[in-house]
Each structure stands twice: as C-alpha cells, then as structure tokens.
Design a protein around this ligand. Structure first.
Ligand SMILES: Nc1ncnc2c1ncn2[C@@H]1O[C@H](COP(=O)(O)OP(=O)(O)OP(=O)(O)O)[C@@H](O)[C@H]1O
Length: 610
C-alpha cells in the first residue's frame, strides 16, 4: 500500500483513463478527525505525471479545488480532497462500487426508453445543480457516469452518479495541447466546441442528447471512420430518429441535439421533460400522461441565462472560417473535448468511442434487450407483494429472464459504420409498465428489487470489475408479429397513432385537442397499361394423404371388409345351392351334357366307322 498525501493509502487499480489512473484506497487510521472517517474506502484519481509536472495545471487544479469540493448532489460523485504532493496530483473521491455506464451498456445492451429517460433525468438533475453553481461538465459520456448500488426501502437500486467534473478544465491547459493534437471524446462533442465557438452549459445538454440516443440504441448517433469524420458529422448531419424510439423521447433527443445551442433546453427543464416522457410512454400510461408526453416539446425551454464556460471560443479549431459548419475540424486542440487524447502525429483514424475498457476488451459487444437496468450483483428479488408485484418487479423479472439469453455481437458486426442503430425488438413479456420507472433507478416512486450478489471480494481489495457477459439473447427472444404493433417495436401498441400530430406539426399544443388524422379521399385507380397475358403455371395436385392403416385395400376399404365380402358371397352361394332348385338345374344340365356328348360320339363313330 502506497501513501498518497498524509491521509490516504492506495491499494489497487480500479481503472485507467486518459487523464490518469483511478485507485481504490482508504483513509489512514491515523488521519485524525476527517471526512470521510479513518478506514473509509475512497477512490483516488492520480493524474498523469505529465500533468502533475505542469505548473499551469497544478495552479488550475488548486483553483478548481473549492468548486470541486462544494459540488454536493445525490447524482454527483463527491470529491473529498485534492492532493498536491511533489509530482503527484490526485483527486480523492467517494468510492462507487459499481460499473460505469459505458461498461454497463456494453455488457447489457441498450435500455428501454423508460429506463433511459429516468436515468438521464437524474443526470440532468446533477447538471442542473452544477450549472446553477456555474460549473459546466463538458465531458458528458457514459464512461463518466458510475452506477452505485444503493439500498432503499423496497430493495437495492442502481443510482447514476456523474463524475469527472472539473477534469475538462484541466484539459484546457496548454500543457496538454503541447503533446496532443486533439483532446476530447469525439462522439460527445457539441458542434460549437468542435467549431471553436464559445461554449455554454448547452454543451452538456448536447452530451445528454447523445447519451440518450446511445442509451436507447446502443450507439451514439454520429459515426465515422475517425475523430475528424465524427466531428464533421456533429457539425453537418442531422440526427435521424431510430426505429423503436418513442415519439416523445425522440422530441427530447432531437431538441438536445440542436446545432444551435440556444435552442437546447436547460438542464432543469430537461430533467422534468424526461420524467414526463417516462410516465407517458408505458403501456399502462393514462391518457393524460400520454398526452403530456406528446406535448413534451413545450417543456423544453432554454435557460434564461446560460452558464458560460470561461475562456472558450478563443481558440479556433478550424483553421479559418471557424464556426462554418461545412468545414472539417482541423486536427488541432479542441477545448471542449476533454478526455480523449490523440497524441501528436497520430492519425485520427481510430475508431471513436470512450476508452474505458482495457485494451483487448473491445472484442465483443453485447446486445440484450432494452430493459431496466438489471444489476447482476444484487441479491434476489423480494417475494411479490400480496396485492401483486409492482410493475417494476414484473419488468425486472422479464428483463432478467431475457438477459439469460443475450446475443453476442462481435465488434465487427457492431461497429459497422453503415449499420443502422439496432432497435429494441419487443414482443417479449413484461414490456413497459406504464407510469413506472426502470428498475434500478431512483427517479420516482418505483424501486428496483434486489439483485443477486456476485462473487465475494478477495481480502484486501476489490478485484478488477470483469465485463458482464450474459448468454446469447437474440436467439430466444420472441419476435413481434409483423404488422401487429404500430411502431413495430417495444412490444407495445402504437398508442400515439391516434394522438400523433398531423404531418407538418411538430408537437401537440399543451391542453389542445388531439390532432385529427388527415382526411382520406378516394382516388380512382390509374389506368393500367396493357399487360401480357400471364399464364399461371398449373398447380401440382397435392398427393393424396396416405392412410396410416397398412391393411387398407383401395376399393374395398380394408382387409376386414374384403374378408367380410368373401364370407357373404360364400354364404350366398351355399344358400343358392341348398335353398333353390339350382342343383336340379345343374343335374339337368349335366344330363343334357351327357346326352349331347353321347349323341356326338355315336355320330362320330358312325361316320368314321370306328
Ligand atoms: N469514484 C470512483 N469509484 C469507483 N470507480 C471509479 C471512480 N472513478 C472512476 N472509477 C473507475 O476508474 C476507471 C477509470 O476512470 P477514469 O475517470 O480515469 O476513466 P474515464 O472516465 O473512462 O477516462 P477519461 O475520462 O479520462 O477519458 C473507470 O473504469 C471508472 O469506472
């Protein structure tokens, strides 16, 4: 165990990121009266040596201290201390005993729309709190959301916690740009960051939109062969609604992904809107909740005075014509892209994505059903309540059942750039439970039932978290009947069909009557062109089904019938012989025969003389 500062000991590595290594540690027993208390486990992020030796970064780190320490929210990983000691720079945080969301998604696949909405609502809560405090995260991505297991009245739940606040600010240091061409996570970079324009809290909302998309489909909306292509896509491409994303949720995603940061909602509005969506997209949602969800666009108001990221917008990332959305970003420093570092000289043709997993772990991606977060390490569900299981319990049980048969996609299959986002295919039992919330999240009244505990920890520390590898899923998942459901997915009827706004209109006005379907008019069929006569091929007659009765004799029915007929014939013959004058006739005939043959022979003898 190595000491860090005067109060902490580090025990084992939890993982490595672009900015440093995160260690599991604990507060020394002789640390005195501290918070956390002596002996308490902590996570310690030791920044890379090249950062720790950069005076500019050290100063920035110290300046951030008060901001980082005061961020205190149930959905933010609490920073407890900052340690500067010689050439060591470390952030001491609460230890979160759970996977990060990136890892979770890779192991369990996309979430259901309700789960995704409620998870992101909590992240939006965290953003709202930090934005109110003047702090913009600027590096929102699944790898920066840790999933903590929290005990609650109804069992254990998974709570998302946003981490790495302030790390993006360190990345602003010229110390990093000296050694790197590009710093950031291209898949999550807002267009204004890519274009080198000034940034506001709206960059976090953009990141939230990308995450929402990824949570429901398994992949971020903008793909490309390399960082530059992805950045260009952020600047020029419009996101396309993937199949299976309910209309109200798509309204939220689309608004978060607006190119103009001024059109994106504020974090508070986003959190509220996502909860409205979650309540209105389930199969048991009340008509009022469905209407409210369809009108969610009206809730997505931009903030009155967005928090501005200081010092942004002065370092154009496009060589000239900065901000021109048609231009590709040059491989230069992007202040918004906080945590991916492409070293100088490296061609940005690497597959985009978070770099959380250790090398080699990129091999497979798992695509199980979109469902509430099953937590593989939790104890078993509690028994159902006497008045029936909570919808969430049913949902979770169904999720677990399905997770036992997760389909495994190879990285190649999954990462085909041209492959459309794979929608969740429904048809399984326990689809959405209306008005509920995804198991595993705390955003409302629902509770996530407990989950089975994974293997115990070895003494002295937590093992490296292995990626969960559920068994193949797809093969056993029942497919929806074609054409049965309106949106062909989620296993729920297209409840928006009759409430959907008319073509051209984006949203239902709040409180307004549901828009009427466009009138259908009769149009006479167009005259058909003369077609060559079509000769239908003669249908082959189906061969007669053969009887399984081997005794069957065609024409007689069966052997039994045949014997019966023979018997009847014999009896009839006997009766004829005995009860009719037939024998006499026979004798007469016989006599005539003898007589005639006598005549014939005597005649013959008289002729021949013999
Ligand atoms: N407070 C924490 N408690 C437990 N594990 C943590 C904590 N913070 C980070 N980790 C784990 O440590 C690993 C590395 O974290 P880090 O933040 O350095 O990586 P990252 O966010 O993926 O990378 P970067 O943000 O630098 O691109 C991750 O797997 C993460 O789950």
């Amino acid at each position: 165990m190595r000491p860090v500062g005067s109060k902490y000991l580090i025990e084992e590595t939890l993982g490595r990121g672009a900015m440093g290594t995160v260690w599991r540690g604990r507060v020394r027993e002789d640390a005195g009266q501290t918070e956390p208390a002596p002996g308490q486990p902590v996570a310690i992020k030791v920044l890379k040596e090249e950062l720790a030796t950069d005076q500019d970064i050290v100063l920035r780190f110290l300046r951030e201290r008060s901001v980082l320490l005061r961020l205190n929210h149930p959905n933010i990983v609490r920073v407890r201390d900052l340690v500067v000691e010689g050439e060591l720079l470390a952030l001491v945080m609460d230890l979160v005993d759970g996977p990060d969301l990136h890892r979770y998604l890779r192991a369990n696949g996309p979430l259901s729309p309700i789960s995704a909405a409620l998870l992101m609502a909590q992240i939006a809560d965290a953003l709202a709190a930090s934005h109110a405090d003047g702090v913009v995260h600027r590096d929102l991505k699944p790898a920066n959301v840790l999933l903590a297991t929290v005990s609650e009245a109804g069992g254990e739940v998974l709570r998302p916690l946003l981490t790495d606040f302030g790390i993006a600010r360190l990345a602003d240091s010229p110390g990093i740009t000296r050694t790197s061409e590009f710093v950031g996570t291209p898949s999550y970079v807002a267009p204004e960051s890519a274009a080198g324009r000034p940034q506001t809290e709206a960059v976090d909302i953009y990141g939230a939109g990308i995450m929402l998309y990824e949570l429901t489909t398994g992949r971020p909306p903008f793909q490309g062969d390399g960082a530059l292509q992805v950045l260009q896509a952020h600047l020029t491409q419009e996101p396309v609604r993937p199949p299976g994303v309910p209309e109200p949720l798509w309204t939220v995603v689309e608004r978060c992904l607006r190119k103009d940061p001024g059109q994106r909602p504020g974090a508070t509005a986003l959190a509220h809107a996502l909860r409205v969506v979650a309540a209105g997209v389930g199969v048991h949602a009340s008509p009022a909740a469905v209407d409210a969800a369809l009108a969610v666009g009206a809730l997505l108001l931009p903030p009155a005075q967005p928090t501005v990221v200081p010092g942004t917008g002065h370092q154009p990332t496009l060589p000239d014509g900065a901000g021109d959305p048609t231009r590709v970003m040059a491989p230069q420093y992007d202040p918004a892209a906080a945590t991916q570092v492409l070293p100088g000289g490296q061609q940005p043709g690497l597959p985009d994505g978070t770099r959380v997993m250790p090398a080699g772990a990129e091999g497979t991606r798992l695509m199980p059903p979109a469902q509430p977060l099953p937590n593989p390490g939790a104890p078993q569900q509690p028994p159902a309540q006497p008045d029936g299981p909570h919808p969430w319990q049913t949902q979770l049980r169904a999720a677990r059942d399905r997770n036992q048969a997760t389909q495994v996609f190879t990285a190649q299959e999954y990462e085909q750039p041209q492959q459309a986002p794979r929608p969740y295919q429904g048809g399984q039992p326990g689809g959405y439970q209306g008005g509920g919330q995804p198991a595993g999240y705390q955003g409302g009244p629902g509770q996530r039932p407990p989950r089975p505990q994974q293997g115990g920890q070895p003494a002295g520390g937590r093992p490296e978290r292995p990626p969960v590898a559920p068994p193949p899923y797809q093969a056993r998942r029942p497919q929806p009947e074609p054409g049965r459901y309106g949106n062909g997915s989620y296993g729920e009827p297209d409840r928006y069909a009759e409430r959907r706004p008319q073509p051209g209109g984006r949203e239902v006005p709040p409180g307004g009557a549901p828009p009427r379907a466009p009138e259908r008019r009769y149009e006479p069929p167009a005259p058909r062109e003369a077609e060559p006569p079509v000769h239908e091929p003669r249908q082959r007659r189906e061969p007669r089904p053969r009887s399984r009765n081997r005794m069957y004799i065609p024409g007689l029915g069966c052997l039994k019938g045949c014997l019966m007929v023979l018997l009847i014939l014999a009896i009839a013959a006997l009766a004829l012989w005995n009860f009719t004058p037939l024998p006499h006739y026979w004798d007469d005939v016989h006599g005539w025969y003898d007589q005639v043959s006598g005549w014939v022979s005597s005649t013959w003898h008289s002729i021949t003389g013999k």
